[in-house]
Design a binder for this molecule. Structure first.
Ligand code: 3SL
Length: 235
C-alpha cells in the first residue's frame, strides 16, 4: 500500500526525502487557500517566490505581484493575501508572482519532490481524489509559522489522512496525531481554532472573514500543480 507522512514544519524537511513522493504543500491561513481560489477563478498561473525582491523584480516580465509579510500586503505589490482579492475578473488569464511569509517558503523547501501540488480545505476532496488515484507515496508539508507548528495546517493534514485511510497507510506518528486532532475538530473547526496563534494574529489585523472562508471545505474541485516553477491547473 502507498504511504502518507506529515512534515509538521518546513524546518523538519531534512527528515523527509522527497524525490519519490508527491508533496502536498498546505498553508490554510492563507497562502494555499489564495492560490486555489485564484486559479479556480481563472488566473493563468502563479509563480511562487521565497524571496520578496525576486518576486518584485519579475513584475517587469508581465506578472502581477502579490503576497504578504507578517499578514500585511507588501508595499508596492498589486495584491495581498486574502482569497477574496482573487475572485477578480481583472485577473483572468493573467500571471501572478506570489510571495508569503510561510507558504511560498514551504514550496521552495519542497523542491526536488517528484510532484508538488497545493492543498487547502477549499479543495480537500479534489486533492483526496488526486492522491487516491496517484501511484506515489505522499508527504504533506505544513507551512506552519516561521518554523513553529500550527494547528490549522495540521488539521488539514489530518483530514487527508482520514479521507485516505482505506487507500494510503500512515508512515509514522505525525499523520496519526494529525488524524486524531482533525477528528476532534472537524465538527467545528472555526471554534476549535479560536485560541490558535495565527487566528489570533489575523484577528488582530481585523481579518475575520478569510478565516471562515479558508476553513470551509470543498469550494473548488481543482488541484494546482507546480510545473516549470509555475502553479497551474492541469485538469
Ligand atoms: O505565511 C503565509 O504564507 C501567509 O499565508 C500568512 S498570512 O495569513 O497572510 O498572515
Amino acid at each position: 500500500m502507498k504511504t502518507i507522512d506529515v512534515c509538521l514544519s518546513p524546518d523538519l524537511m531534512h527528515l523527509y526525502p522527497v524525490g519519490d513522493r508527491v508533496v502536498v504543500v498546505v498553508d490554510i491561513l492563507r497562502a494555499t487557500s489564495c492560490m486555489v481560489t485564484a486559479l479556480a477563478h481563472g488566473v493563468k498561473s502563479i509563480r511562487p517566490f521565497a524571496n520578496l525582491e525576486e518576486c518584485r523584480a519579475i513584475k517587469a516580465q508581465g506578472y502581477y505581484t502579490a503576497g504578504e509579510r507578517n499578514g500585511e500586503k507588501v508595499e508596492g505589490f498589486d495584491f495581498g493575501n486574502s482569497p477574496f482579492e482573487y475572485m477578480n475578473k481583472k485577473l483572468k488569464d493573467e500571471k501572478i508572482a506570489f510571495t508569503t511569509t510561510n507558504g511560498t517558503q514551504a514550496i521552495a523547501k519542497s523542491q526536488g519532490a517528484k510532484e508538488i501540488i497545493i492543498g487547502s480545505f477549499i479543495n480537500l476532496s479534489a486533492v483526496t481524489e488526486y492522491l487516491k488515484n496517484g501511484s506515489n507515496n505522499v508527504l504533506v508539508v505544513c507551512a506552519a509559522w516561521k518554523g513553529k507548528v500550527n494547528l490549522e495546517d495540521t488539521l488539514f493534514a489530518g483530514a487527508l489522512v482520514e479521507n485516505l485511510k482505506n487507500n494510503i497507510e500512515p508512515d509514522c506518528d505525525a499523520p496519526l496525531a494529525a488524524q486524531h486532532l482533525y477528528n476532534l475538530a472537524k465538527k467545528d473547526m472555526v471554534g476549535f481554532l479560536k485560541g490558535s496563534s495565527h487566528v489570533k494574529r489575523l484577528n488582530r489585523l481585523n481579518i475575520h472573514k478569510d478565516i471562515e472562508f479558508c476553513l470551509t471545505p470543498d469550494q473548488y474541485p481543482v488541484v494546482p500543480k507546480l510545473i516549470n516553477n509555475e502553479l497551474i491547473l492541469t485538469q
